[in-house]
Each structure stands twice: as C-alpha cells, then as structure tokens.
Design a protein around this ligand. Structure first.
Ligand code: 13P
Ligand code: SF4
Length: 368
C-alpha cells in the first residue's frame, strides 16, 4: 500500500544496539566520537532532539549547514538532519568525503510532494502556455533530481533564510517564477516583496495541467507548487486569536513555512536562524510564542529561562522524520565507521550532482 504522499512505505529496521540502555548509548557515543574525531564531523539541524544536538560539532539551519558542508575536510560528514540535507551535503562535498545520514528513513514529507516527473510535466505545460521567461526556484527541501532540474533550467535553490534574495535575482532574469515545493514560503516571501495574491496561482500536480488554464499562467507572475510542511501547517489563526485574547503582551514569531494567514496574523516571521536571533535579542521578561518545530522551541526555552518561550500550538508540532535520527542510530553509524564498514551513506549520482551544483552554487553566491 502507498503512504499518504503516494510513495512506497519504508520498513522499520531493527533497533540498533538494543542491548544498551539509552544512558549507555550516550556514554559510548561520547567515547567513540572522541576516538573518531579526526575522521568524522557531525552536523546537526536545529530541529534535532537535544540528545543528538549535544554531539553536533556544528548546528545550524538549512542554509548554514549547506554553507558549512562546502567548507569541511574530514572524510565523514555525519548529517543529523533529513535526507535532502544529506544529499545537499554530498553535492557540495569533496571527492574524498562521504556523507552519512544516521537513519535512512529520516525524510521530509514536503520534499516528497514534488517528484521529478511531475516537475517535468508542469514545465512543459507552463512553457507551452506562455512565451514569458519562467525561472524555476526550488526550496532546498527537495530531492537532488529537482535541484538538478533547476540547475539545468537556469534557476536557483533557496532556503527560508535567503528566499527573498533569490526571488529578487529571479525577477531580474525572467518575468515569471515557478516556485516549488513549498507554496507557503513562496507566497509569504513574494507577498512581503510587494507582489499581490492575485498575481500568484497554485499548480496542483494531482490535477490536469495543475488545475490551471493557459490564460491563468499568462496572467500570473508566480506559479506556486501545491506543497507544504505538515509540521508548520499545525499552526493556525485560531491559535493566534486565542493568544491575542488571553495573553495580548505575547510576541508571536513564526516560520515562513506557516500558512499565509498565520504569517499575516503573527508579529514577525523568519527562518529558523532568524527566529533564534530575534529571541536572543528580546529583553528578559518577554513572552514569546513560537510557530516552529517543538525541539527548537523547547531548546530556546531552556536556553533563555528569563524569557517565557513556548509553542504557538498547544499540540506538539514535532518533525517526526527528523526525530528518527536518534542517538542509537548515530552510534550504529559511528561503530560502522570504526569497523571500516560505513553504513547509511548518501550518494548522489555524478550527473545529478553536476546539474544540482550549478543551482546550489548560485544560491551560495547570492547568499553573501
Ligand atoms: P530552515 O532550516 O531553512 O529554517 O528550514 C526549516 C525546515 O523546515 C527544515 O526542514
Ligand atoms: Fe520537512 Fe517540515 Fe520536517 Fe522541515 S519541518 S524536514 S519541511 S517536514
């Protein structure tokens, strides 16, 4: 049976080191990480759980980790994040380096919402519907094959930290934008830049021609793919209304993967790094409701006990796929390297790599 997103389900592998307690796993990880310090560098996305983040040599959002991956030299990059991030690291890695994703099931539901064949179909419809130059922009949260498509069609990749810069560049080189897979980051960023909502249309890959007519494509400036983050989708306008009523002094800060109404209703919106920096700057005693992944929100709450930091949603908005990277899986990957039989290697084929690299390099160049 196919899963919710129409893909083959992945099967749960046996839990590694089942004979060790959680505490013993952490003790052995501390030891083995020191032993392999010359060989392995650990990168951790901010949404990872604390017991993984404590082993990270570098923590960051998607942009910071991609920038870091391009600079590293150690033979193994242990990527504690999700699949598309590890692929990005492999595209940017040097030939002698290997990228390890401690649990291969750590995917991203948003990335799974755009397949290469659907993008190809969309592109042939759009380019037959208009003579305007369309620039494809993909959010970094996608498979390497989509990054390669963008590289081969003179587009660029963006993250939530640099989406505005990349879109500004795109409008200097073409008249229209195809933005995938996250409709919300595309819409929120373009609206902030002054585009009107009626200049943006949605392309739904499940419908014929995305549900669009050629005339709608001709009139639109931005074509947004019908994709979203199931975690950030959990924050609603009702949560904002409830807070405004019960705690009017609370500052509401959300990620641009949240939907348009939530971003408009919030006090401020920005990428994971932006959220962290804003919270850091806020005075002691501030009350801040945050619309992003719960591991980060809880970590910030512990880091700044003099501020009241909590999730905008009363429910746990957890990225369950990020959460698959657990200390046990990290330890299994370390042990395998020690035995010289590395596992969970993420390897992008050379042709996809060289096409994706064009789009990634453009992003890195534009991000300074
Ligand atoms: P950033 O790391 O760009 O903030 O994106 C958040 C996210 O959802 C990562 O998958
Ligand atoms: Fe994907 Fe959302 Fe998880 Fe980020 S938070 S990895 S976009 S599902």
């Amino acid at each position: 049976m196919l899963n919710l997103f129409g893909n083959e389900p992945t099967h749960t592998p046996p839990v590694p080191q089942a004979e060790l307690s959680d505490e013993e796993v952490l003790v052995e990880l501390t030891k083995i990480k020191k032993e392999l310090a010359d060989q392995v560098v650990v990168l951790g996305h901010h949404y990872q759980q604390d017991d993984v983040i404590r082993f990270a040599d570098v923590t960051g959002d998607s942009l910071a980790l991609a920038q870091e991956a391009a600079k590293l030299d150690k033979p193994y990059i242990m990527f504690c994040g999700v699949h598309f991030m590890a692929e990005t690291a492999d595209i940017l890695a040097k030939p002698h380096q290997k990228v390890v994703l401690p649990d291969l099931r750590a995917g991203c539901s948003m990335a799974d919402m755009a397949e290469r064949s659907d993008i190809d179909e969309c592109w042939s419809f759009l380019t037959s519907a208009t003579t305007d130059k369309i620039v494809p922009i993909t959010y970094i949260n996608c498979a390497a094959t989509l990054k390669a498509f963008v590289g081969d069609h003179d587009g660029a990749i963006c993250t939530s930290s640099n989406a505005q810069k990349i879109i500004e560049w795109a409008f200097k080189t073409g008249q229209k934008l195809l933005f995938f897979p996250d409709q919300h980051l595309g819409r929120n960023t373009c609206y902030k830049m002054g585009l009107k909502l009626d200049e943006m249309v949605i392309y739904n890959p499940k419908l014929i021609n995305g549900g669009l007519t050629a005339e709608q494509v001709q009139k639109a400036k931005v074509i947004l793919w019908y994709g979203y983050c199931s975690v950030h989708q959990g924050f609603t306008l009702d949560h904002i209304h409830a807070l405004r009523k019960n705690s009017p002094q609370t500052h509401i800060l959300v990620h641009p993967e949240c939907n348009f109404e939530v971003v408009q209703g919030a006090d401020d919106a920005g990428s994971t790094s932006y959220i962290i920096n804003q919270i850091k700057k806020m005075p002691a005693g501030s009350s801040i409701a945050v619309g992003t992944e719960i591991n980060l929100v809880n970590r910030l709450a512990h880091l700044y006990p003099d501020k009241k930091i909590f999730s905008l949603s009363p429910y746990q908005c957890l990225c369950t796929t990020m959460y698959r990277v657990r200390p046990r899986w990290l330890l299994a990957s370390f042990r395998a390297i020690k035995e010289d039989k590395p596992i969970n290697i993420i390897s992008v084929s050379e042709d996809i790599k060289s096409s994706s690299l064009k789009a990634l390099q453009r992003m890195l160049d534009l991000s300074h």
